[in-house]
Ligand binder design. Structure first.
Ligand code: MG
Length: 161
């Protein structure tokens, strides 16, 4: 059996007047902020896609879904994740598991973790047990600590017979 590991990272700015979508779930930010970006700016799903593409040595999401391409304006990142999963399956790989950590001061993500895992798992053709989603604050430090943005780190493990 062959194994491949992939690593992904993303950060988007927190701004007024935008929705806050994380892991496909729309959240309320206490200060009314949301994530800025060309697509829906779902940093969690973006980090997962980059980890999958990294495991396949297929570059990054900027290469597959360029921000200057109008097709991806306002794109639902879970739909892009389905496209990336198509590339994984086309190359004969299956996902062993994924894990992620969202770095955000607010809102509290704990009540939303289960629906995020379920939604991501459904789009990836996995069970929720294969999808790790964790959350941490940055203890007030740096750009995420100052609530200038929300970041996410992700890893994936792929296997092929
Ligand atoms: Mg992004």
């Amino acid at each position: 059996m062959q194994l491949r590991i992939g690593n992904g990272y993303d950060i988007h700015r927190l701004v007024p007047g935008r929705p806050l979508i994380l892991g496909g779930v729309t959240l309320e930010h206490p200060a009314g902020l949301g994530l800025d970006g060309h697509s829906d700016a779902d940093v969690l799903v973006h980090a997962l896609m980059d980890a999958l593409l990294g495991a396949l040595s297929l570059g990054d999401i900027g290469r597959h879904f360029p921000p200057e391409d109008a097709r991806w304006k306002g794109a639902d990142s879970l739909e892009l994740l389905e496209k990336v999963m198509g590339l994984v399956r086309d190359a004969g790989w299956s996902v062993v598991n994924v894990d992620s950590v969202v770095v955000a001061e607010r809102p509290k993500l704990k009540p939303h973790i289960a629906p995020m895992r379920a939604g991501i798992a459904a789009r990836m053709g996995l069970s929720p047990e294969q999808v790790g989603v964790k959350a941490t604050t940055n203890e007030g430090l740096g750009p995420t600590g100052r609530e200038e943005g929300i970041a996410c780190h992700a890893v994936v493990l792929l296997q092929r017979p």
